[in-house]
Design a binder for this molecule. Structure first.
Ligand SMILES: Nc1nc2c(c(=O)[nH]1)N[C@H]1C(S)=C(S)[C@@H](COP(=O)(O)O)O[C@H]1N2
Ligand SMILES: [Mo]
Length: 257
């Protein structure tokens, strides 16, 4: 199977025409900003951009998700569904904008979490320091816009606790992330403070494996897969819109459940 992000052959642009009404409705409701490019469509539809039913189901997945979700977009206290630990998929499903073979493992001993922006104490953190903070676990569903999902079990420090600890300005608008693989990402402060938003260091009770973001990844129950950066190396608190990897390629920034 080829990577969904590196199609060997460019798909026929006419698939966009085939799905015009659905794409238009997604645009109207603000789920897709601007025009949907062929590249974005290929990313959405995973391995089979030429299969009309896979395009359709990926678009419908976005539509349904966002419909479900409107109700609690502005309720930062509402919790996303959780599942029994017996449902945790082992190993989890991998995705990135490149193939799993191209993952470059991060050296946990040399790793530091750099802090910048509206944060009082900007001293970098080591992994043992982060792991010494109180940990929380959650079993949640990971939903990728390509139209697949899995139940995963994550353990780590609630981002809220971490931001409070370093004296972040919790009235700021955004929390932005940098990663070892150059996949910038950012979220709204309400989501950063949500109880189901973790700086995760474990999956299924074990240290995160390299492909899934070792040593630290952001893991949120309330956002689509692409909003959850792996291999986090830096956090910035800011009022200036930071954007993100897929967001700068036309995907919605909020992308929340
Ligand atoms: N650093 C980094 N984080 C990333 C990505 C990436 O390419 N690089 N891909 C995103 C996408 S599209 C998805 S669906 C999830 C996949 O996470 P998983 O491999 O743990 O299932 O990671 C997200 N976080
Ligand atoms: Mo994804």
């Amino acid at each position: 199977m080829r990577s969904p992000f590196r199609p060997d052959a460019a798909p026929d642009a006419s698939i966009l025409d085939d799905h015009k009404p659905l794409i238009r409705s997604l645009q109207r409701r603000g789920f897709i900003r601007g025009g949907l490019s062929l590249g974005a469509l290929v990313m959405l539809t995973g391995c089979e951009p030429d299969r009309p039913e896979s395009v359709e189901s990926a678009l419908l997945a976005i539509s349904r998700l966002n419909d479900d979700v409107q109700a609690w977009l502005f309720d930062p206290k509402k919790l996303a569904p959780t599942y029994p630990a017996s449902m945790i998929l082992r190993p989890p499903k991998f995705n990135a904008y490149y193939d799993v073979m191209d993952v470059k493992p991060v050296d946990g001993a040399a790793w530091r979490l750099e802090l910048s922006g509206l944060i009082a104490d900007k001293r970098p953190w080591t992994l043992p320091q982060l792991q010494a903070l109180p940990q929380t676990s959650m079993v949640i569903k990971h939903i990728c816009v390509e139209g697949w999902s899995y139940i995963g079990g994550w353990t780590g420090v609630p981002l809220r606790a971490f931001l409070e600890r370093v004296g972040a300005d919790l009235r700021a608008k955004y929390v932005a992330f940098k990663t070892a693989d150059d996949y910038p990402s950012s979220i709204d402060m309400a989501t950063a403070l949500h109880p189901q938003t973790l700086l995760a260091t474990q999956y299924g009770g074990e240290t995160l494996a390299d492909p899934f973001g070792f040593p630290v990844r952001l893991r949120m129950a309330t956002k689509l897969g692409y909003k959850n950066p792996k291999w986090v190396t830096a956090i910035e608190v800011t009022n200036k819109y930071p954007g993100g990897y897929w967001e700068s390629r036309g995907f919605p920034w909020f992308a929340g459940l």
